[in-house]
Ligand binder design. Structure first.
Ligand code: SF4
Length: 206
């Protein structure tokens, strides 16, 4: 195939969860070609290997089919959202989409996973993500530092509660920018949170 690169492909954030249509799945297979490796990641993106010189064309083609294409690797992953079972409005679908647009694909010192849950039942496991957002009636709570891996796995801690939608995106972006600017090498986000402290991050995000 010559030199290849990986792209991360995801369906849009929608009611019902990470749903692909049959056409979208078929299209991924066609544009990837018969020899490509397609990997299902644990963060709800498909990693698709494509020829480096066709990357942009493939991206455009997949986007025309309603798919979203992001960089792979050391970036913020697209938002790992819930199924919005309480309805688009009650569970904050538009907010989740806005947040995804604002943060997905930002280069980071280590891969960063951001979770979103439309209610406190948290079925998308937001407290196991680096940054977790939970909608609580009309406002949002932000948790940070969840670590699902290893034998020292741990839950994210509450950083801020009761944020309006207007304050949510700037707060999450500020946390990511601060992490980018102050991480030591490839420091994982959960370690970073423990090192700089929740109090410090709260000031940054506030
Ligand atoms: S987090 Fe709440 S709104 Fe979202 S799918 Fe789970 S139960 Fe439904």
């Amino acid at each position: 195939m010559g030199e290849t690169t990986k792209i991360a492909v995801a369906p849009p954030i929608q009611v019902g969860g990470s749903l692909f249509t049959p056409e979208q799945l078929a299209k991924i297979g066609i544009v990837a070609g018969p020899d490509a490796r397609i990997e299902m990641t644990p963060f709800r993106q498909l990693y698709v290997e494509v020829p480096l010189d066709r990357r942009d064309a493939v991206k455009e083609e997949l986007e025309r089919f309603g798919l979203e294409v992001y960089p792979a690797g050391f970036v913020t992953k697209s938002l790992i959202a819930c199924n919005f079972c309480k309805g688009a409005e009650a569970a904050g679908l538009e907010t989740a989409r806005m947040l995804n647009q604002a943060v997905a694909g930002i280069e980071t010192p280590a891969p960063l996973k951001i979770g979103y849950a439309g209610c406190a039942l948290g079925t998308s496991e937001p407290l196991l993500k680096d940054i977790g957002i939970v909608k609580m009636k009309d406002t949002f709570d932000i948790y940070v530092g969840g670590e699902p891996k290893g034998i020292k796995a741990g839950l994210a801690q509450l950083l801020m509660a009761g944020l309006t939608e207007e304050r949510l995106v700037p707060a999450v972006k500020a946390i990511i920018e601060y992490y980018k600017a102050n991480a030591k090498g490839k420091e994982k986000f959960s370690k970073f949170v423990n090192r700089v402290s929740i109090e410090q991050l709260r000031q940054i995000a506030g």
